[in-house]
Ligand binder design. Sequence first.
Ligand code: ADP
Ligand code: MG
Ligand code: ZN
Length: 607
Amino acid sequence: MKANWKNIFIYLLLLLTAVAVIAPLFPSDKGVKEIDFSNFLDLVDQGKVADVTIAGDRVSGKLTDKTKFLTRALNYPRLVPDLRSKGIAIKIDSPVEANWAWNLAIQLLIPIAFFGLLWWLLIRQAQSTNSQAMAFGKSRAKPLIGKVNVTFADVAGVDEAKEELVEIVDFLKNPAKFQALGAKMPKGLLLMGAPGTGKTLLARAIAGEAGVPFFSLSGSDFVEMFVGVGASRVRNLFTEAKKQTPAIVFMDEIDAVGRHRGAGVGGGHDEREQTLNQLLVEMDGFDPKTNIIIIAATNRPDILDPALLRPGRFDRQVILDKPDLNGREAILKIHGKNKPLAKDVDYNVVARRTPGFTGADLENVLNEAAILAARANKKEVAMEEVEEAIDRVIAGPEKKSRVISDQEKRIVAFHEVGHAIVSKLLPHADPVHKISILPRGMALGYTLQLPTEDRHLISKSESLDKIAVMLGGRAAEEIIFGEITSGAENDLERATALAKKMVCEFGMSDLGLRTFGRKDKQVFLGRNIAEMKDYSEETAERIDEEIGKIINSCHKNARELLNKHKLELEAIAKVLMEKETLENDSLEEALKGLTDFQDDQASGHPS
Ligand code: ADP
Ligand code: MG
Ligand code: ZN
């Protein structure tokens, strides 16, 4: 509609311009005979002229036979006396008046048309964004209540996240129960996970379950061309939400606004910063009793501004991992429900074939299979189609990196179990919380260690054990495969960094009690801006040597431990390959045998 009006307006301007330019080229008086001046004088003499109008040099009028004529006369003083003598009626017009319409057109319309066009061109783009901003003033984020028919039953394989969210829905449905016990609702919850792991789906499930107003917006809605638009949208959003508490505000893909401030180059940053600042102001601004909870989702938690993650903001963070075997089976069940599957389709088998697949990938597999079956004019989706669909999804654009081959799975499993065993056996290492061979972020697999207590001091033994654990992954690969892979890159980086700290900052090497390299630390940001070299070349060599010594001895330590426990290493890796993720009970179970052994050892060689 809006665009139509604009178009009509522009065409009108163009038309007027064209008329104004072209019209003067055509004579205005129709059916008028142009005659020479001499001719005209003859006609006067012959008494054939009825009346005459003089407008400057323009002489027009009517002949006795009613034909209109037009001629031009220049400085002919005898004209009027001649006409008088013949008794012809004379009318005098002002010269402009004869041509007023066209003069007006040229003098007024052309400039107007010109400036109109210019104006239109200049603000054409501005207008489109602007009108959106205006529309938002009337609140673009309409709350959804009862319009979403997704429930928690439609989400599987992300139990941890689901638990957190169920709790929040409970709170919103029954705030009195919690408040009676003095419990405060969390303000913000951040869902983090790879694309397709079900973040948006979970948020929609909350909207379906909670029965409270659910305001949903995507981060990209906030980033506009004009500085201030995003910020005012955030303000409006919260004003609306506060009118309808309890309410949920969901911000999908918050990384679009929540990027680290001051990072990157180029325009648009001011806008994003303002929007982010406004968001922070709003989050700090309402008191916990307002019963608004803000849920945000991102697949790039690494680039989020740290201010967003501070207590009182998105202080609850939930990671949505790629689903493990059981999770995948459950997701397949959900998406297979409304498809006629043949008897030979075994969800467990499909789940086994698809390590590394996200919920979205699995949904895609079943969908592709259904398409293939339909194309073959089948009434049911058979395993044959599912198999082909898996291959299709694996081969699909940019998906190659997501699949894990069996050999890779083996390597990653031994690598992660290597970390876990070394950390279990070393007295000063942090206990292992979870190991997984499913990719998370850039890592192929991961071992999650949680310190038993908060620590600010780290001893030399702890540092050495930490490094040994980091190198345990690589050591396991060496022992089992006699071959090493690039998978330990991050481990080596971290191990080197810690070893370097021991030598250069903690004074924990033979180089003695001094530090090497002065750092200008930006106290508030905690970032190292620059490092200054304050030692000689020879010292630099000795530092390298010391770092190498530490790493080598830790590596040797890790290798020895794993060699001694090769049987356990193989057994646990087998379990991990089967289950893909080991945590809590299952992890304890797997590592149990090692505990006993370590106790024997510990009593034998106290360290
Ligand atoms: P994200 O927002 O994390 O990128 P989505 O929530 O948009 O992922 O997921 C896309 C689709 O994939 C969903 O609509 C759903 O059909 C399917 N899906 C993803 N994760 C799950 C899951 N955990 N359980 C069931 N279906 C899922
Ligand atoms: Mg999403
Ligand atoms: Zn590793």
